[in-house]
Each structure stands twice: as structure tokens, then as C-alpha cells.
Design a protein around this ligand. Structure first.
Ligand SMILES: [Zn+2]
Length: 174
């Protein structure tokens, strides 16, 4: 089902709803369409283009920040779709401190890797193999990441997600 990105009045991404739901928000004057989709809905007496991005007319306070779920897709997205060790296309998830050595399955201990590096590193630590991480792995923050995790990356959404830390390469690899 086609979906619509919902922005706060401040343009901060809030989430994703069905395009029908987004249309109702617009018709009830609770939101404005800022980007149209290609989908035209026909009804008796007229037609309307369904929105791809809407912006709420009133600012909504976000009570708390949800954690970003740890998934293969989200890890690849955070690391730009590349192996952090050799920059080849990512094909697997590496636990920096191997799980067999007590390493956690957590944002701070997982990175995107190619099969070759993952296989070569095996059960060794970075110190043992003499490799270094280019950046310390962290949990990504913000709604933009949760939206990316839905697996839908409409090009029309990118300019709205970009100010919140999601760039084109990250969206493309999600
Ligand atoms: Zn590699």
C-alpha cells in the first residue's frame, strides 16, 4: 500500500502512515500536502492526487524517543552499505567483539562487513588481528532512522530525512 511521510510543523519527520490516512489529515485541515505522489484517486465528481509527504499544521510534542530497532537493514544503512574494514559492498554483520568471546548483539558492537573480512576476522578481536574501526559504532538516533527501517525509501522523502542524519547512500542501502 502506498505510504506517506508525516512531518511535524517544524518539518521534523514523525512517521509513516497510509496515503489514505494522510489524505484524511489534509481534508480535515490538520495537515498540508508538501509533496504529491503519482497516485491519483478518482471519485464521483472529481479526482485528487494522494500525498507523498504531508506536514502537520500544529506542532506535536514527541513525548519520548523510541530506540531504533537493531536490524540488518538498519545496520547496513548506518554504515552506508559498505564493509567498515575494506569498503566493499556490505554482505554480513560482524560483531566487533565476537559473540563467542562475550560480545553483545548491540549497536555499539555490530558493523557492516563483507563476507571476506568477516571470514578473515572470524573469532578474533580487532587487537588480535591488527585492524581498526574507522568510526566507533553507535546507535543512530531519531525518527528518520525508524522511517528508514520501514523499508520504504521514496526519493521524495530524502530531502526531509537528510537534515536528521540520513543521507542518500544510507537511504539507498536500506
Ligand atoms: Zn571487507
Amino acid at each position: 500500500m502506498p505510504q506517506t511521510l508525516v512531518l511535524n510543523a517544524t518539518y521534523e519527520p514523525l512517521g509513516v502512515v497510509s496515503d489514505r490516512r494522510a489524505l484524511i489529515l489534509v481534508l480535515n485541515q490538520r495537515a498540508q500536502c508538501v509533496e504529491e505522489s503519482e497516485t491519483v484517486l478518482h471519485y464521483a465528481g472529481g479526482s485528487v492526487t494522494l500525498p507523498s509527504v504531508v506536514r502537520l499544521n500544529k506542532f506535536v510534542r514527541i513525548p519520548y524517543r523510541h530506540a531504533v530497532p537493531l536490524s540488518r537493514r538498519a545496520i547496513f544503512a548506518r554504515d552506508g552499505g559498505k564493509c567498515v574494514y575494506c569498503l566493499a559492498p556490505a554482505a554480513s554483520i560482524d560483531h566487533v567483539m565476537p559473540r563467542s568471546r562475550g560480545g553483545a548483539h548491540a549497536w555499539e558492537n555490530v558493523v557492516s562487513a563483507c563476507h571476506k573480512c568477516n571470514h578473515q576476522k572470524a573469532d578474533r578481536t580487532l587487537k588480535e588481528i591488527g585492524w581498526k574501526l574507522p568510526v566507533v559504532p553507535r546507535e543512530p538516533v531519531g525518527a528518520a532512522w525508524r522511517i528508514l527501517g520501514t523499508g520504504r525509501s521514496d526519493v521524495r522523502w530524502l530531502s526531509y530525512l537528510a537534515p536528521y542524519g540520513v543521507d542518500q547512500a544510507q537511504a539507498a542501502s536500506a
